[in-house]
Design a protein around this ligand. Sequence first.
Ligand SMILES: Cc1cc2nc3c(=O)[nH]c(=O)nc-3n(C[C@H](O)[C@H](O)[C@H](O)COP(=O)(O)OP(=O)(O)OC[C@H]3O[C@@H](n4cnc5c(N)ncnc54)[C@H](O)[C@@H]3O)c2cc1C
Length: 415
Amino acid sequence: MADGASDVLVIGAGVIGLACAFRLAREGQRVLLIDRDAPGMGASFGNAGHIATEQIFPLASPTVIRSALGYLFDNESPLRIRREYALSILPWLLRFVWASRESAFDRGVRALSRLQQSASADLACLVDDAHASHLLKMHGHLVLVEKPESTDAAHKDVARLGSLGITADWISPSQVTEIAPDITAPIEGALKFTGTGHVNDPYALCIALHDAFLGVGGNIIRTEIVGIESTGDGFLAHAPAGEKYAARHLVLSCGAWSKPLAAKLGYPVPLDTERGYHVTLPGVIPRFTVPVASYERKVIMTPMSCGLRMTGTVEFGGLHLPPDPKRFALLTRHMHALAANIPTDNVTTWMGFRPSLPDHLPVLGRVPDGRNLYFAFGHQHLGLTLAGVTARIICAQIMGREPGIVLTPFAPDRF
Ligand SMILES: Cc1cc2nc3c(=O)[nH]c(=O)nc-3n(C[C@H](O)[C@H](O)[C@H](O)COP(=O)(O)OP(=O)(O)OC[C@H]3O[C@@H](n4cnc5c(N)ncnc54)[C@H](O)[C@@H]3O)c2cc1C
């Protein structure tokens, strides 16, 4: 290994890369973190901030397949394909349909449940070690049920989650009013989850992790990585101007952009992106202190220190098409429909790229070919929630400890 080589090179400084880099540097590793952008400016910047430990059902499911055809080309639906991207996403969608078979779905639920089992504790520990506990609020969340015809399905979901150890109570409209007086939409009731939570501002969490990483001796460089070669005893990462960065271990955590680098390293994973949108009302402090989601609209409002944020939408449109302004307008309409007294005329907007594999499981852990190469990407809708457990697993593997979880369902060669 060349002089000046790092113990670990982490490529991608979203919440996943930052969490891994911080954990490793805290254990005394010489860690170099590289990102072409400022840290936390990818999907990790503008997410809903929801610590969604209740989400153990992969989106690739028989239920989604049943409703999908009605959804896909409807401009107002929560799930949508941009026409310009329809052909490109077709292979991914076929794999998604295959992963939605009852047997594959059940395997996915078991795999995701195992990750979720310690997700909250691992995140709390990570955030605490980064001196950022003030950002994490674990006070649960609500899911409003607006239509009478949805109540049966909602109750069934609760029963199924209950059988898997996740608890939610059905509460009445008047109880919702007590918890969230700003909710004005007529509702049938709501699911009140415990054990879940939110962060005050997902970007602030990234900054806290970045600062903590520097505080324990980590190094960060801003450049793109365009190629990686295996050198026998490690890796050499190439930047566009010819710089090379050597390291013994390499962690790939480039979120939705991980695909080309993974392919160069011998793993052509079918990664694509589910684009998601947010609107934020800066300065608005709503009269609810927990995230409030809608069962039917598939949106969530989170009270944050940067304002009230609503996020939603799964849009298949790849990494290059511009955002669709109609999606921002749709979110603003949803916000108004749910909380009519909150003024929505001053919104900021953002679109981000969820990194998603067709089976909705991340690619996670050391690669099976014995190299010191670790993948940590594809966390779809759950990257913030799973940042702590992901970092613990990657750190354990690099430090030669048992990660305490079977990682085969997350292997890069499972497709
Ligand atoms: C609208 C929306 C709402 C969401 N809500 C939630 C939620 O409530 N809870 C939750 O848990 N998750 C949520 N998510 C998902 C979560 O945001 C993502 O899973 C998570 O941010 C992924 O983190 P990451 O670090 O893998 O990727 P990113 O944050 O996208 O970071 C990847 C980084 O890699 C860098 N990079 C890429 N290619 C290169 C290269 N070649 N060289 C150098 N650097 C490179 C990029 O610049 C970027 O900084 C949401 C996502 C969206 C879009």
